[in-house]
Design a protein around this ligand. Structure first.
Ligand code: ACO
Length: 336
């Protein structure tokens, strides 16, 4: 039989999109400045600011967990969306620093919010964690399985830092961001792109774990190991590619983008992506100077800040992108 829209039962079907109904974020209170780090390692405010764009970052208090940060960010996003936790059908949480090995931080968050019963799971894609979570939740909504989803990126990266390693300890901070997605007849998210290449696993990793074992070293050997300049080059190259791929998938051009909301890892990487898009830096959301690299927290934190400051307005087109350990790289093009 020949397949036609009518015998596939597609006639009159409306496409389902997911749209962002509300955003939220949370930063721990403690500020760690570059001057504070000058007392720990052989570095300078001048080196950190000029090479990365970072001036300060936040650090979770003793006992404050990724789940705590996620809870505050999620609460703000639910308030902004006017959504009750009990209405959620799905929680996807991007993190590489879960509270405990299991249950997932998403399950801990679900219980604390009072959203018991809905699906809840974590995604580990390092700094792409939130973007992967967003892409997954978007698919659930598009297929009609889910009407309302909470998507979170939350991290306490400072917990896995070797504070004697100047090449990594100056880069990271703690924070969380969240969005509530809901099914809509209008876009919404136009497209998401998710990629990974494990051949680059050696460029950015944490060498220990449950199965590989822990070590008789400070912090049980938990630390970030990074080939900074190699990661830098791959990041610029992959982001350049994914930006073109994302626009093409949505049938849009560089000039259609109102705001670039990038992963905040290095100001020079952000500037390279903006240049690729032909966007001036006043159309790019930059938080790295105050947040450092908050991994999965970075994009939703920047988005929430841009929404609450009034920069990003309803109806505008946003390009979100991230890259991180894996290596992973990811993007989303959406109408806010
Ligand atoms: N203070 C002073 N000097 C430093 C510091 C520091 N904090 N860190 C490194 N240096 C020195 C190095 O020892 C080196 O000295 P040498 O020339 O005498 O050997 C010199 O500075 C240059 O080092 P590079 O590593 O070549 O510096 P670069 O300009 O590449 O900047 C940086 C380093 C900031 C790490 C950059 O490469 C970068 O941002 N890379 C990308 C990082 C990233 O995005 N990570 C991905 C996300 S993280 C995640 O997924 C968890």
């Amino acid at each position: 039989m020949r397949v036609t829209p009518s015998n596939l039962n597609l006639r009159g079907t409306t496409l389902i999109y997911s749209r962002i109904a509300g955003t939220g974020s949370y930063l721990p209170e403690k500020v760690v400045t570059n001057a504070d780090l000058e007392k720990l390692v052989d570095t300078s405010d001048e080196w950190i600011a000029s090479r990365t764009g970072i001036r300060e970052r936040r650090m979770a208090a003793e006992g404050e967990t990724t789940g705590d940060l996620a809870f505050y960010a999620a609460t703000h996003a639910l308030e902004a969306a006017g959504t009750k936790a009990s209405e959620l059908d799905l929680i996807v949480l991007g993190t590489t620093t879960p509270d405990i090995i299991f249950p997932s931080t998403a399950c801990l968050l679900q219980h604390r919010l009072g959203a018991n019963g809905c699906a809840a799971f974590d995604v580990n894609a390092a700094c792409s964690g939130f973007m992967y979570a967003l892409g997954i939740a978007d698919q659930f909504i598009r297929t009609g399985q889910v009407k309302k989803a909470l998507v979170v990126g939350a991290e306490t990266l400072t917990r896995m830092i070797d504070w004697s390693d100047r090449s990594t300890c100056v880069l990271f901070g703690d924070g969380a961001g969240a969005v509530v997605l809901e099914a809509s007849a209008e876009p919404g998210i136009l497209t998401t792109k998710l990629h990974a290449d494990g051949a680059y696993k050696h460029l950015l990793y944490n060498p220990v774990g449950v199965s590989a074992g822990f070590r008789d070293e400070p912090n049980h050997g938990v630390r970030v190991i990074m080939g900074g300049s190699e990661v830098f080059k791959v990041a610029v190259r992959t982001l350049d590619r994914i930006v073109g791929e994302t626009l093409e998938a949505a049938g849009m051009q560089e000039k259609d983008v109102d705001w670039l909301i990038p992963h905040q890892a290095n100001l020079r990487i952000i500037e390279a992506t903006a240049k690729r898009l032909g966007l001036s830096m006043d159309r790019v959301i930059v938080t790295i100077d105050r947040h450092g690299n908050t991994s999965s927290g970075s994009v939703p934190l920047a988005l929430d800040e841009a929404v609450r400051s009034g920069k990003v307005k309803r109806g505008q087109t946003l390009l979100l992108e991230a890259f991180g350990g894996g290596l992973t790289w990811s993007s989303a093009l959406l109408k806010y």
